[in-house]
Design a protein around this ligand. Structure first.
Ligand code: SF4
Length: 98
């Protein structure tokens, strides 16, 4: 499984630039460990662990490696990758994280 996702990451990354114009398989929200916590909706998303300051986040509501749709780990379906969401694959975006 890990080698599979390393291969995917190699496909979607080009020297740390996310390629957004290609079709490739993405993880489900549940398998990535994704969840959204409404309480953090108005938090400073530059600090802490949020999709907003993750390398894979695509503004405004998408992720390069996790699907927008489907249930998250809590069985909730928002239809988006929320800036205030997070998953187990979080990786700091140096330009957004403080
Ligand atoms: S934490 Fe990163 S990898 Fe995980 S869903 Fe959010 S943007 Fe995508």
């Amino acid at each position: 499984m890990t080698l599979y996702f390393v291969a995917i990451l190699n496909l979607i990354f080009d020297m740390k630039n996310i390629v957004t114009d290609r079709q490739y398989p993405k993880l489900s929200k549940a398998s990535s460990g994704y969840l959204e916590i409404e309480h953090f909706k108005n938090a400073d998303l530059h600090t802490g662990y949020f999709c907003y300051n993750c390398t894979y986040f695509i503004k405004d509501n998408h992720c390069a490696i996790v699907q927008d749709t489907g249930p998250d780990v809590n069985g909730e379906e928002s239809g988006i990758i929320a800036p205030y969401g997070v998953c187990t694959l979080w990786d700091p975006n140096e330009e957004e994280a403080r």
